[in-house]
Ligand binder design. Structure first.
Ligand code: FES
Ligand code: FES
Length: 163
C-alpha cells in the first residue's frame, strides 16, 4: 500500500518550501533528503547527540525527533542559514573557526545552532552557563575546551558588532 503523503509548507532559511511527505518523515530527513540541505547532520537518530539541532522559530530542536508534518507553517533555520546573505559567516561561525572549536566537524552544525540561540538569550554567559548551554550537544573530538572558548569569543564579537 502506498503511504499517504501530506502537504508540508515550511520556511527554511527565509525561503518557503512546499513538499509532500509521509506523516512519519523526520524533519532531519525532510531537510536533508527532500530539500537537499545536508548541513544538518544526523548522528544517533534518537535525541542524544544534538548533531541534528536546528532552530524552529528561533528555538533549538532535535530535528531527528521532530516529524516534518508537525512543523508546517513554521520557520526553520539550519546551519546553511546562519551566515549573512552575502556569505559572511556569523559571529558564532567565525569564533568557532578562530578558536579551532572543531576537528571532524560532524557535531559542528548542531553546536552552531545551539550557540546562536544561547547567545541571543544570554548575551554574556558565565562559564557555567556556557557549559550548561552546550550540554545537549556531544562532540567526540575536541574535549569541549575550544568550543567553550569559542562561545565566549562569539559573545565578545556579537557585543563588539552591536556597538
Ligand atoms: S541525531 Fe538527533 S540527537 Fe542525535
Ligand atoms: S568535531 Fe568531531 S564530533 Fe565534534
Amino acid at each position: 500500500m502506498t503511504e499517504q503523503a501530506h502537504r508540508i509548507e515550511l520556511t527554511v532559511n527565509g525561503t518557503l518550501h512546499v513538499a509532500d511527505a509521509p506523516a512519519r518523515r523526520l524533519l532531519s530527513d525532510f531537510l536533508r533528503h527532500d530539500l537537499g540541505l545536508t548541513g544538518t547532520h544526523v548522528g544517533c537518530e534518537h535525541g542524544v547527540c544534538g548533531c541534528c539541532t536546528v532552530l524552529l522559530d528561533g528555538e533549538p530542536v532535535r530535528s531527528c525527533l521532530t516529524f516534518a508534518v508537525t512543523v508546517t507553517g513554521r520557520a526553520v533555520t539550519t546551519v546553511e542559514g546562519l551566515a549573512a546573505p552575502d556569505g559572511t559567516m556569523s559571529p558564532v561561525q567565525r569564533a568557532f573557526q578562530k578558536c579551532h572549536a572543531l576537528q571532524c566537524g560532524f557535531c559542528t552544525p548542531g553546536f552552531l545552532c545551539t550557540v546562536t540561540a544561547l547567545l541571543r538569550d544570554t548575551p554574556h554567559p558565565t562559564e557555567e552557563e556556557v557549559i550548561e548551554g552546550i550540554s545537549g550537544n556531544l562532540c567526540r573530538c575536541t574535549g569541549y575546551q575550544n568550543i567553550v572558548k569559542a562561545v565566549h569569543r562569539a559573545a565578545a564579537l556579537i557585543a563588539e558588532e552591536a556597538r
